[in-house]
Design a protein around this ligand. Structure first.
Ligand code: FAD
Length: 333
Protein backbone atom coordinates (compact mmCIF):
# COMPACT_ATOMS: atom_id res chain seq x y z
CA UNK A 1 0.00 0.00 0.00
CA UNK A 2 1.30 3.47 -0.82
CA UNK A 3 1.38 6.34 1.59
CA UNK A 4 -1.29 8.16 -0.47
CA UNK A 5 -3.95 5.55 -0.10
CA UNK A 6 -3.05 5.02 3.56
CA UNK A 7 -4.06 8.60 4.11
CA UNK A 8 -7.66 8.00 3.02
CA UNK A 9 -9.99 8.59 5.94
CA UNK A 10 -12.96 6.66 7.25
CA UNK A 11 -16.42 7.57 6.08
CA UNK A 12 -17.74 10.24 8.44
CA UNK A 13 -20.66 9.01 10.46
CA UNK A 14 -19.80 5.33 9.97
CA UNK A 15 -20.78 3.59 13.19
CA UNK A 16 -17.92 2.28 15.27
CA UNK A 17 -18.13 -1.51 14.85
CA UNK A 18 -18.85 -3.53 17.98
CA UNK A 19 -17.09 -6.87 17.68
CA UNK A 20 -19.37 -9.87 18.14
CA UNK A 21 -18.68 -12.47 20.86
CA UNK A 22 -16.97 -15.41 19.17
CA UNK A 23 -17.38 -19.01 20.27
CA UNK A 24 -17.81 -17.95 23.89
CA UNK A 25 -14.40 -16.25 23.98
CA UNK A 26 -14.73 -12.53 24.61
CA UNK A 27 -12.69 -10.06 22.63
CA UNK A 28 -10.28 -7.74 24.41
CA UNK A 29 -12.66 -4.84 23.78
CA UNK A 30 -15.56 -6.76 25.28
CA UNK A 31 -13.44 -7.71 28.26
CA UNK A 32 -12.52 -4.05 28.80
CA UNK A 33 -16.21 -3.13 28.73
CA UNK A 34 -17.16 -5.88 31.19
CA UNK A 35 -14.52 -4.69 33.62
CA UNK A 36 -15.38 -1.06 33.19
CA UNK A 37 -17.64 -0.64 36.23
CA UNK A 38 -15.88 1.10 39.06
CA UNK A 39 -12.23 0.88 38.13
CA UNK A 40 -10.06 1.05 35.04
CA UNK A 41 -9.18 -2.48 33.90
CA UNK A 42 -5.59 -3.62 33.88
CA UNK A 43 -3.78 -6.27 31.86
CA UNK A 44 -0.32 -7.83 31.87
CA UNK A 45 2.26 -8.96 29.34
CA UNK A 46 4.22 -12.20 29.68
CA UNK A 47 7.19 -13.48 27.70
CA UNK A 48 7.68 -17.06 26.53
CA UNK A 49 9.90 -18.76 29.13
CA UNK A 50 13.16 -20.31 27.93
CA UNK A 51 13.25 -23.32 30.24
CA UNK A 52 11.34 -25.27 32.88
CA UNK A 53 12.35 -22.89 35.70
CA UNK A 54 11.17 -19.93 33.63
CA UNK A 55 7.93 -21.71 32.91
CA UNK A 56 7.34 -22.32 36.62
CA UNK A 57 7.97 -18.62 37.31
CA UNK A 58 5.52 -17.62 34.58
CA UNK A 59 2.85 -19.85 36.08
CA UNK A 60 3.41 -18.37 39.54
CA UNK A 61 2.96 -14.88 38.10
CA UNK A 62 -0.08 -15.94 36.08
CA UNK A 63 -1.74 -17.47 39.16
CA UNK A 64 -1.03 -14.34 41.21
CA UNK A 65 -2.51 -12.04 38.58
CA UNK A 66 -5.45 -14.39 38.03
CA UNK A 67 -6.65 -13.53 41.54
CA UNK A 68 -6.68 -9.83 40.59
CA UNK A 69 -8.75 -10.43 37.44
CA UNK A 70 -6.89 -8.69 34.64
CA UNK A 71 -8.97 -7.89 31.55
CA UNK A 72 -6.50 -9.96 29.51
CA UNK A 73 -2.94 -11.27 29.54
CA UNK A 74 -0.73 -11.09 26.47
CA UNK A 75 2.12 -13.38 25.46
CA UNK A 76 4.92 -11.97 23.34
CA UNK A 77 6.26 -13.84 20.35
CA UNK A 78 9.95 -14.29 19.57
CA UNK A 79 12.25 -15.83 17.04
CA UNK A 80 13.38 -19.46 17.24
CA UNK A 81 11.54 -22.71 16.53
CA UNK A 82 11.50 -24.24 20.02
CA UNK A 83 10.53 -20.97 21.63
CA UNK A 84 7.69 -20.65 19.15
CA UNK A 85 6.34 -24.12 19.90
CA UNK A 86 6.59 -23.47 23.61
CA UNK A 87 4.87 -20.09 23.19
CA UNK A 88 1.89 -21.65 21.43
CA UNK A 89 1.70 -24.45 24.00
CA UNK A 90 1.86 -22.17 27.06
CA UNK A 91 -0.53 -19.58 25.64
CA UNK A 92 -2.94 -22.41 24.92
CA UNK A 93 -2.51 -23.73 28.46
CA UNK A 94 -3.32 -20.27 29.86
CA UNK A 95 -6.56 -20.34 27.86
CA UNK A 96 -7.45 -23.87 28.90
CA UNK A 97 -6.28 -24.04 32.53
CA UNK A 98 -6.95 -20.57 33.92
CA UNK A 99 -9.73 -18.00 33.92
CA UNK A 100 -7.39 -15.56 32.13
CA UNK A 101 -8.12 -14.23 28.63
CA UNK A 102 -4.89 -14.71 26.66
CA UNK A 103 -3.88 -12.56 23.72
CA UNK A 104 -1.23 -14.13 21.49
CA UNK A 105 1.29 -11.77 19.87
CA UNK A 106 2.05 -12.77 16.28
CA UNK A 107 4.93 -11.35 14.24
CA UNK A 108 5.66 -11.60 10.54
CA UNK A 109 9.41 -12.11 11.03
CA UNK A 110 10.82 -14.97 8.92
CA UNK A 111 7.37 -16.40 8.21
CA UNK A 112 5.63 -17.09 4.95
CA UNK A 113 1.93 -16.32 4.79
CA UNK A 114 1.25 -20.09 4.84
CA UNK A 115 3.23 -20.43 8.10
CA UNK A 116 1.45 -17.45 9.62
CA UNK A 117 -1.91 -18.98 8.74
CA UNK A 118 -0.90 -22.28 10.28
CA UNK A 119 0.26 -20.55 13.49
CA UNK A 120 -3.05 -18.76 13.78
CA UNK A 121 -4.73 -22.15 13.27
CA UNK A 122 -2.65 -23.62 16.12
CA UNK A 123 -3.76 -20.77 18.39
CA UNK A 124 -7.37 -21.27 17.37
CA UNK A 125 -7.11 -24.99 18.21
CA UNK A 126 -6.09 -23.94 21.74
CA UNK A 127 -9.10 -21.67 22.08
CA UNK A 128 -7.27 -18.41 21.42
CA UNK A 129 -9.22 -15.84 19.47
CA UNK A 130 -7.40 -12.65 20.41
CA UNK A 131 -4.24 -11.90 18.45
CA UNK A 132 -1.93 -8.88 18.69
CA UNK A 133 -0.62 -8.50 15.15
CA UNK A 134 2.91 -7.11 14.73
CA UNK A 135 5.47 -6.93 12.03
CA UNK A 136 8.33 -7.73 14.41
CA UNK A 137 11.95 -6.59 14.21
CA UNK A 138 14.88 -8.15 12.36
CA UNK A 139 16.26 -10.98 14.53
CA UNK A 140 19.52 -10.12 16.29
CA UNK A 141 19.45 -6.42 15.50
CA UNK A 142 16.10 -4.69 16.03
CA UNK A 143 17.43 -1.59 14.28
CA UNK A 144 18.86 -3.55 11.33
CA UNK A 145 17.44 -3.70 7.85
CA UNK A 146 13.95 -5.22 7.75
CA UNK A 147 13.68 -8.00 5.16
CA UNK A 148 10.32 -9.45 4.36
CA UNK A 149 10.09 -13.22 3.92
CA UNK A 150 9.82 -13.85 0.14
CA UNK A 151 6.33 -15.27 0.68
CA UNK A 152 5.52 -13.16 3.71
CA UNK A 153 4.13 -9.72 4.46
CA UNK A 154 5.85 -6.33 4.52
CA UNK A 155 3.72 -4.55 7.11
CA UNK A 156 1.49 -5.42 10.04
CA UNK A 157 -1.47 -3.96 8.18
CA UNK A 158 -1.37 -6.86 5.68
CA UNK A 159 -1.20 -9.38 8.51
CA UNK A 160 -4.24 -7.79 10.17
CA UNK A 161 -6.21 -8.51 6.98
CA UNK A 162 -4.89 -12.08 6.76
CA UNK A 163 -5.82 -12.89 10.36
CA UNK A 164 -9.25 -11.28 10.02
CA UNK A 165 -9.88 -13.26 6.81
CA UNK A 166 -9.07 -16.50 8.62
CA UNK A 167 -12.23 -16.30 10.68
CA UNK A 168 -13.45 -15.23 14.07
CA UNK A 169 -10.36 -13.50 15.40
CA UNK A 170 -10.11 -10.28 17.35
CA UNK A 171 -7.08 -8.30 16.39
CA UNK A 172 -5.06 -5.61 18.14
CA UNK A 173 -2.01 -3.76 16.85
CA UNK A 174 0.94 -1.76 18.20
CA UNK A 175 0.96 2.03 18.48
CA UNK A 176 3.88 4.30 19.24
CA UNK A 177 3.50 7.39 21.47
CA UNK A 178 6.69 8.94 20.07
CA UNK A 179 6.30 7.40 16.62
CA UNK A 180 7.83 4.13 15.42
CA UNK A 181 11.61 4.40 15.01
CA UNK A 182 11.31 3.68 11.26
CA UNK A 183 8.58 6.28 10.63
CA UNK A 184 9.97 9.41 8.96
CA UNK A 185 7.62 11.64 10.98
CA UNK A 186 4.59 11.52 13.25
CA UNK A 187 2.22 12.21 10.35
CA UNK A 188 3.29 9.03 8.53
CA UNK A 189 3.20 7.12 11.78
CA UNK A 190 -0.36 8.24 12.52
CA UNK A 191 -1.50 7.41 8.97
CA UNK A 192 -0.10 3.88 9.23
CA UNK A 193 -1.67 3.32 12.63
CA UNK A 194 -5.03 4.45 11.23
CA UNK A 195 -4.55 2.06 8.28
CA UNK A 196 -3.95 -0.89 10.64
CA UNK A 197 -7.07 -0.04 12.61
CA UNK A 198 -9.09 0.43 9.42
CA UNK A 199 -7.89 -2.98 8.20
CA UNK A 200 -9.81 -4.50 11.10
CA UNK A 201 -7.82 -4.02 14.32
CA UNK A 202 -10.12 -3.26 17.24
CA UNK A 203 -7.62 -1.59 19.56
CA UNK A 204 -3.93 -0.82 19.94
CA UNK A 205 -1.42 -1.32 22.72
CA UNK A 206 1.27 1.32 22.90
CA UNK A 207 4.97 0.92 23.12
CA UNK A 208 6.14 1.48 26.66
CA UNK A 209 6.70 5.15 27.54
CA UNK A 210 7.79 7.20 30.56
CA UNK A 211 6.17 10.54 29.79
CA UNK A 212 2.36 10.52 29.91
CA UNK A 213 2.28 13.55 27.60
CA UNK A 214 3.55 11.33 24.78
CA UNK A 215 0.56 9.01 25.20
CA UNK A 216 -1.87 11.93 25.33
CA UNK A 217 -0.40 13.43 22.16
CA UNK A 218 -0.72 10.08 20.34
CA UNK A 219 -4.36 9.91 21.41
CA UNK A 220 -4.98 13.46 20.13
CA UNK A 221 -3.13 12.80 16.84
CA UNK A 222 -5.07 9.70 15.92
CA UNK A 223 -8.40 11.25 16.98
CA UNK A 224 -7.70 14.32 14.80
CA UNK A 225 -6.51 12.21 11.84
CA UNK A 226 -9.40 9.76 11.88
CA UNK A 227 -12.12 10.27 14.49
CA UNK A 228 -13.65 6.82 13.88
CA UNK A 229 -10.42 4.83 14.19
CA UNK A 230 -9.18 7.25 16.84
CA UNK A 231 -12.12 6.26 19.03
CA UNK A 232 -10.83 2.68 19.32
CA UNK A 233 -9.09 1.90 22.64
CA UNK A 234 -5.41 2.89 22.88
CA UNK A 235 -4.06 0.83 25.76
CA UNK A 236 -1.01 2.39 27.43
CA UNK A 237 1.89 0.07 28.29
CA UNK A 238 3.86 0.62 31.49
CA UNK A 239 6.87 -1.07 32.99
CA UNK A 240 7.90 -0.58 36.61
CA UNK A 241 11.65 0.00 36.77
CA UNK A 242 13.18 -2.18 39.48
CA UNK A 243 16.91 -1.61 38.91
CA UNK A 244 19.24 0.33 36.64
CA UNK A 245 19.56 -2.91 34.68
CA UNK A 246 15.83 -2.78 33.93
CA UNK A 247 16.42 0.73 32.57
CA UNK A 248 18.65 -0.78 29.89
CA UNK A 249 15.95 -3.35 29.10
CA UNK A 250 13.28 -0.62 28.98
CA UNK A 251 15.39 1.49 26.62
CA UNK A 252 15.97 -1.53 24.41
CA UNK A 253 12.25 -2.30 24.31
CA UNK A 254 11.14 1.24 23.59
CA UNK A 255 14.12 2.05 21.37
CA UNK A 256 14.65 5.40 23.08
CA UNK A 257 16.38 6.72 26.17
CA UNK A 258 14.25 7.35 29.24
CA UNK A 259 13.32 11.02 29.80
CA UNK A 260 16.08 12.93 31.66
CA UNK A 261 13.76 13.76 34.57
CA UNK A 262 12.97 10.06 35.11
CA UNK A 263 16.66 9.10 34.84
CA UNK A 264 17.60 11.84 37.31
CA UNK A 265 15.19 10.41 39.92
CA UNK A 266 16.49 6.87 39.41
CA UNK A 267 20.17 7.92 39.50
CA UNK A 268 19.62 9.96 42.63
CA UNK A 269 18.06 6.89 44.25
CA UNK A 270 20.96 4.70 43.05
CA UNK A 271 23.37 7.02 44.92
CA UNK A 272 27.02 7.88 44.29
CA UNK A 273 28.50 4.89 46.07
CA UNK A 274 30.34 2.05 44.33
CA UNK A 275 27.21 -0.13 44.66
CA UNK A 276 23.80 0.84 43.31
CA UNK A 277 21.24 1.27 46.08
CA UNK A 278 18.92 -1.36 44.62
CA UNK A 279 16.15 -0.97 47.18
CA UNK A 280 15.96 2.79 46.64
CA UNK A 281 15.96 2.47 42.83
CA UNK A 282 13.18 -0.08 43.03
CA UNK A 283 11.14 2.14 45.37
CA UNK A 284 11.45 5.10 43.01
CA UNK A 285 10.69 2.91 39.98
CA UNK A 286 7.46 1.72 41.60
CA UNK A 287 6.65 5.30 42.58
CA UNK A 288 7.12 6.50 38.97
CA UNK A 289 4.91 3.72 37.56
CA UNK A 290 2.27 4.47 40.21
CA UNK A 291 2.27 8.19 39.38
CA UNK A 292 2.01 7.44 35.67
CA UNK A 293 -0.77 4.90 36.25
CA UNK A 294 -2.77 7.39 38.34
CA UNK A 295 -2.36 10.17 35.80
CA UNK A 296 -3.45 7.80 32.99
CA UNK A 297 -6.49 6.71 35.01
CA UNK A 298 -7.36 10.38 35.55
CA UNK A 299 -7.03 10.91 31.79
CA UNK A 300 -9.63 8.20 31.16
CA UNK A 301 -7.53 5.44 29.61
CA UNK A 302 -9.38 2.22 28.72
CA UNK A 303 -6.88 -0.07 30.52
CA UNK A 304 -3.39 -0.12 32.05
CA UNK A 305 -1.16 -2.75 30.45
CA UNK A 306 1.97 -3.80 32.37
CA UNK A 307 5.14 -5.41 31.10
CA UNK A 308 5.93 -7.90 33.86
CA UNK A 309 8.94 -9.86 32.55
CA UNK A 310 7.05 -12.75 34.17
CA UNK A 311 7.36 -11.36 37.72
CA UNK A 312 4.19 -10.43 39.61
CA UNK A 313 5.75 -8.53 42.52
CA UNK A 314 6.57 -5.08 41.11
CA UNK A 315 3.43 -4.78 38.99
CA UNK A 316 1.41 -6.10 41.94
CA UNK A 317 2.82 -3.32 44.14
CA UNK A 318 1.94 -0.66 41.57
CA UNK A 319 -1.58 -2.08 41.29
CA UNK A 320 -1.93 -2.13 45.08
CA UNK A 321 -0.80 1.50 45.25
CA UNK A 322 -3.47 2.32 42.67
CA UNK A 323 -6.15 0.64 44.78
CA UNK A 324 -6.45 -2.68 42.95
CA UNK A 325 -6.62 -5.83 44.96
CA UNK A 326 -7.65 -9.43 44.97
CA UNK A 327 -11.39 -9.59 44.34
CA UNK A 328 -13.77 -12.54 44.33
CA UNK A 329 -14.82 -11.85 40.76
CA UNK A 330 -14.18 -9.32 38.01
CA UNK A 331 -15.86 -6.01 38.68
CA UNK A 332 -18.76 -5.94 36.27
CA UNK A 333 -20.45 -2.97 34.68
P1 FAD B 1 4.16 -1.93 11.20
O1 FAD B 1 2.81 -1.44 11.60
O2 FAD B 1 4.23 -2.77 9.98
O3 FAD B 1 5.08 -0.66 11.03
C1 FAD B 1 6.47 -0.78 10.80
C2 FAD B 1 7.00 0.51 10.21
O4 FAD B 1 6.54 0.62 8.86
C3 FAD B 1 6.51 1.77 10.90
O5 FAD B 1 7.51 2.74 10.84
C4 FAD B 1 5.29 2.19 10.08
O6 FAD B 1 5.02 3.57 10.17
C5 FAD B 1 5.77 1.79 8.69
N1 FAD B 1 4.68 1.40 7.79
C6 FAD B 1 3.58 0.69 8.10
N2 FAD B 1 2.82 0.49 6.98
C7 FAD B 1 3.49 1.07 5.97
C8 FAD B 1 3.26 1.20 4.56
N3 FAD B 1 2.16 0.70 3.99
N4 FAD B 1 4.17 1.87 3.79
C9 FAD B 1 5.28 2.40 4.35
N5 FAD B 1 5.56 2.31 5.68
C10 FAD B 1 4.68 1.65 6.47
N6 FAD B 1 8.07 -7.60 18.61
C11 FAD B 1 8.24 -8.95 18.62
O7 FAD B 1 9.15 -9.45 17.94
N7 FAD B 1 7.44 -9.76 19.37
C12 FAD B 1 6.43 -9.27 20.12
O8 FAD B 1 5.72 -10.04 20.77
C13 FAD B 1 6.22 -7.87 20.15
N8 FAD B 1 5.24 -7.33 20.89
C14 FAD B 1 5.02 -5.97 20.86
C15 FAD B 1 3.97 -5.44 21.61
C16 FAD B 1 3.72 -4.07 21.60
C17 FAD B 1 2.57 -3.51 22.42
C18 FAD B 1 4.56 -3.21 20.83
C19 FAD B 1 4.31 -1.73 20.84
C20 FAD B 1 5.61 -3.74 20.09
C21 FAD B 1 5.85 -5.12 20.09
N9 FAD B 1 6.88 -5.68 19.35
C22 FAD B 1 7.07 -7.05 19.35
C23 FAD B 1 7.80 -4.84 18.59
C24 FAD B 1 7.30 -4.60 17.15
O9 FAD B 1 7.30 -5.82 16.43
C25 FAD B 1 8.26 -3.60 16.51
O10 FAD B 1 8.12 -2.35 17.12
C26 FAD B 1 8.20 -3.48 15.00
O11 FAD B 1 9.33 -2.71 14.58
C27 FAD B 1 6.99 -2.73 14.49
O12 FAD B 1 5.90 -3.52 14.45
P2 FAD B 1 4.50 -2.95 13.91
O13 FAD B 1 3.55 -4.05 14.04
O14 FAD B 1 4.17 -1.65 14.51
O15 FAD B 1 4.86 -2.73 12.35
Amino acid sequence: MTFDNVRGRSTPGRPSPTPPIVSGTPSVVQSLRTHSGGSVPFSVEFNPPRDAAGEARLWRAARTFERMHPAFVSMTYGAGGTTRDRTVRITGALAEETTLLPVAHLTAVEHSVAELRSLVGAYADSGIRNILVLRGDPPGDPLGEWRKHPDGVAYAEELVRIVRDLGDFHVGVASFPQGHHRSPDLEHDTAHLAAKLRAGAEYSITQMFFDVEHYLRLRDRIAAFDPIEGAKPIIPELMPITSLRTVARAEELCGRPLPPAVMARLRKAAGDGPEENNAAVREVGIEIATEMGQRLIDEGVPCLHFITLNFAKATGEVLTNLGYGVTAAPISA
